[in-house]
Design a protein around this ligand. Structure first.
Ligand code: TGC
Ligand code: FAD
Length: 393
């Protein structure tokens, strides 16, 4: 069922004055696209658990795939705040749509651009930027989620090719991806990245069904059984766990912005509802208990907006640290989840229906708080950064 999208973004501390004309234009373009093309279909998409592939070329045309990649490789060559704003607006529509753009941009195009050869950049980036090719990122395994260093996937040098074996779990877009960036260990036990075209013999990508969260994004496995990967498909630029973690820095940064989008949508919906819904002869927004919820929401959104904008400035200057990115991802997703839960209460029974976006955002955020490093893992990253003491192991 198509619901009307009345979204108005909150800007309590006039943050827009810190954005350039170009930033504002990019945000408006993506916001208009979401209102016109995502909001009318997203409820049906999530209820039926089917990703709307028809939007992929449009996301490509709008520069949502690899917005920070140079134009000679098909990217939009935009700065990091623009990338963040794109993620914010897409997630305001739905976390699943933002996920697809995150994975394509930060987890597929980024490693090909940063760690790939000229041959890789020429062969793949333009097609990924346009959405002609869709990629996925295989790091997590059935027995190794938070601890990817323990991965078992491996490849052996067979002279003419690499022989890849292993299994990845929880991989966004794997069931329909054309290629996968696969992280596996070489014979020396060192993690390296391979570009694996999914049509290769021995690759399968069964879909993971029965999700209550992120239903607008397809999730699956990646199984490799004696796959002969051409040797030229090894990413030569960086090895070790730092290579995939470098990609995650970019994706986690985008998620920090994205979570603000989901939070703003929940807040905006709850504020409007509180002014329209009357009980005891008054709008429920006139009761102190509801005002407390709304006032705390706008306070937390405003704090997150500034934290994240500043992170974007640092990222533009190549000064953002991995630990700073962890702090923003953790804070903002937690903030968005808390706002979703309180917004849901303001809507009473209506809050659990698909008439409003809140329950969908809340369920989505249960994935977002787990993927790209769990809430706990990001806290431990902050703990390690400030104390110098490792509490992971
Ligand atoms: P540790 O010994 O700390 O580090 C190993 C090497 O990595 C370097 N490094 C980083 N490099 C770049 N960026 C970072 N953020 C980095 N953090 C660490 C480090 O310097 C070292 O380099 P070198 O050269 O000495 O080898 O590694 P550890 O094994 O102790 O693990 C640390 C820990 C737990 C923080 C890390 O494993 C971690 O972040 N775990 C969480 C796993 C995770 O986030 N998985 C995400 C999978 S992808 C996904 O969820 C996509 S969802 C997509 C969507 O739909 O949007
Ligand atoms: P575990 O690592 O088993 O953690 C379980 C619990 O233990 C968590 O609460 C965790 O915080 C806690 N824990 C673990 N270690 C510690 C510790 N040292 N100290 C304290 N607590 C600890 N992965 C990909 O590679 N590519 C993708 O595209 C991708 N997409 C995803 C899409 C969805 C919808 C989901 C749900 C996940 C996706 N993931 C993807 C996987 C995701 O990154 C992992 O789920 C995540 O890293 C956590 O791993 P896990 O689920 O195995 O949990």
């Amino acid at each position: 069922m198509a619901t009307q999208d009345h979204f108005v973004s909150p800007d309590y501390y006039l943050l827009d004055e810190l954005l350039s004309e170009e930033h504002l234009l990019i945000r408006k373009t993506i916001r208009d696209f979401v209102k016109k093309e995502i909001s009318p279909i997203i409820e049906e998409v999530c209820q039926s658990c089917t990703f709307p592939k028809s939007i992929l070329p449009k996301l490509g045309q709008l520069g949502c795939f690899g917005s920070f990649i140079p134009s000679k490789f098909g990217g939009a060559e935009l700065d990091q705040i623009s990338y963040g704003l794109i993620m914010q607006e897409l997630e305001r529509g739905d976390s699943g749509i933002r996920s697809t753009a995150s994975v394509q941009s930060s987890l597929v195009m980024y490693p090909i651009y940063q760690y790939g050869s000229d041959f890789h950049r020429e062969k793949y980036l333009k097609k990924l930027a346009s959405g002609e090719l869709i990629g996925c990122f295989g790091l997590t395994e059935p027995n190794h989620g938070s601890n990817p260093a323990g991965m078992e996937s491996n490849f052996i040098d067979k002279g003419e090719y690499f022989l890849l074996n292993g299994a990845k779990l929880w991989i966004s877009n794997s069931p329909f991806a054309d290629l996968a960036i696969v992280w596996a260990k070489n014979e020396a036990g060192r993690i390296q990245g391979l570009i694996v075209e999914t049509e290769l013999e021995g690759v399968s990508a069964p879909e993971t069904h029965n999700k209550w969260s992120l239903r607008g994004s397809v999730t699956g496995e990646l199984i490799f059984e004696n796959v002969k990967v051409p040797k030229e498909n090894l990413l030569p630029g960086k090895d070790g766990l730092g290579a995939p973690l470098g990609c995650l820095d970019s994706a986690r940064y985008g998620i920090a912005w994205g979570a603000i989008g989901a939070a703003m949508d929940c807040y905006d919906t709850a504020l409007r509802y509180s002014l329209e819904r009357n009980q005891f002869g008054r709008p429920i927004g006139s009761f102190q208990l509801q005002q407390k919820k709304l006032a705390e929401m706008i306070t937390e959104i405003t704090k997150a907006q500034f934290l994240t904008w500043r992170l974007g400035v640092l990222k533009n200057q190549n000064k953002a640290t991995s630990a700073q990115i962890s702090m923003a991802k953790r804070n903002n997703v937690d903030m968005a989840l808390s706002i979703a839960r309180n917004a849901r209460q303001i809507l009473g029974g209506m809050g659990i229906t698909g008439e409003y976006p809140i329950m969908r955002h809340m369920m989505n955020l249960e994935s977002v708080v787990t993927y790209e490093g769990t809430h706990d893992i990001h806290l431990l990253i902050t703990g390690l950064d400030i104390t110098g003491l490792n509490a992971f192991k």
